[in-house]
Design a protein. Sequence first.
Length: 198
Amino acid sequence: MIIGLTGSIASGKSTVSQMLKELGYPVVDADLVARQVVEPGTETLNNIVQAFGTEVIRADGSMDREKVGAIIFNDPASRKKLNDIIHPAIRREMLRQRQAFSAEGYETVIMDIPLLFESKLQHMVDKILVVSVSEQEQLKRLMERNGLAEKEAKARIASQLPLSVKEQGADEVLDNNGSIDHTRRQLMRILDNWQTRP
């Protein structure tokens, strides 16, 4: 079984991902993959250089995220060009890792994809688990975690689909407003219901 784990910024998805790892489940982490596919020497990074020039590469051969960000920030065409290079590479690498875990004999693989719904990747998974918190709790955690003013924090939250929309697309919703123990108990119940084993 392939479980898609998602949530929104500051909803506690990473905490749940860590719990799953501790339970022995293999996790394919989309954020980690997004960094791996643009490491020095990768085909993806070479394609980015061809599209945007050598000025987007740092002296150590890594991608200069600030420069790339500045190029695509106000230019939808450049942003699309970058996404057309990076997104397929991320999807290919995630599928490669998923297949590798399956080949190793794992029965369940967790796909940790923050933008599962935004990127329309529901087809990559069998079940979707959404980690959710109240809007007030999400705002409070984000401001505390990232040291943001309320306005900035609200803007970041608004850039993603509302959690209420994600909940509608979920097979199960994990309410992460309470304690870590409360979250862990819910997770165990959901895994039991789905009859999963690592």
